[in-house]
Design a protein around this ligand. Structure first.
Ligand code: ZN
Length: 251
């Protein structure tokens, strides 16, 4: 039974990863999300079903378009494997239960957010809406929907606005964008006020790590913030005990 569940999680992760590559390509270009078939970006040939099997198509075609032989970037298998890995993380903590479903959808949304931000340096608003919907669904399904959700949301929004305007007043330029403020509010709804403290601490750590990595890769001083935002939220949601460690050490 366990091995079947694991197989389902991995295959679902790869398929949703394939979905992430499509959405992350179309979302910033404001293309339709409908069921139009994907095309080869190079020769525009409409891809056949056998070209759309996650991971396997890429492996069997050795990373090339079957029509024009153009190289298909590592972007596709990388995103598919990453999404499947996030699904395994969710599974390790919550299994294949009903309350876990919003967590799998959250993982998909975070993947889209990271890919779009790394490639375009934007986080579209629809991401925040999707993450907030997942948060509410998760709290309702797991019986944790209480006033903490509202407190967390309000407190995080307030804190984000103070940081946004405070930074601007001090430095006369944007430090924390409005996109980050919206993300803070969503994170507050997921985590409540106490979890938010751990989340902010982690953002600092992951943010510095991303910045250093970006510089080491020679990509310039401005780095995408979404990987740090996504990793921090996912860790805090999947391992809520992190907040308890903080509370116990404080005593
Ligand atoms: Zn082609």
């Amino acid at each position: 039974m366990f091995i079947w569940e694991l197989l389902i999680v991995v295959v679902a992760g790869l398929c949703f990863g394939s979905f992430v590559t499509m959405v992350a390509h179309r979302l910033p270009r404001e293309e339709r999300m409908g069921f139009s078939r994907s095309r080869c970006p190079s020769c525009k040939t409409t891809l056949a079903a056998r070209d759309l099997v996650p991971l396997l198509s890429w492996l069997f075609s050795k990373g090339r378009c079957r029509q024009c032989n153009a190289a298909i970037g590592m972007r596709y298998p990388l995103i598919e494997i990453s999404t499947a890995s996030l699904f395994l993380l969710v599974y390790s903590q919550h299994g294949l239960t009903l309350p876990a479903m919003p967590l799998y959808l959250m993982a998909v949304t975070l993947m889209v957010m990271v890919v779009v931000d790394v490639e375009h340096y934007i986080i579209p608003d629809v991401i925040h809406v999707a993450l907030l919907s997942c948060a509410l669904a998760y709290h309702v399904l797991s019986g944790t929907f209480d006033e903490q959700v509202a407190y967390g949301f309000a407190l995080a929004a307030l804190l984000g606005l103070v940081l946004h305007h405070g930074y601007y007043a001090l430095r006369k330029r944007d430090g924390l964008g409005y996109g980050d403020v919206k993300y803070f509010a969503v994170a507050g709804a997921w985590l409540g006020p106490l979890g938010l403290v751990v989340f902010l601490f982690m953002i600092g750590v992951f943010g510095v790590m991303t910045g250093l990595l970006w510089r080491a890769l020679g990509r310039g001083p401005e780095f995408p913030f979404a990987p740090a935002l996504a990793a921090s939220l996912l860790l805090c949601v999947l391992w809520p005990d992190l907040a308890n460690i903080l509370r116990n050490n404080g005593n």
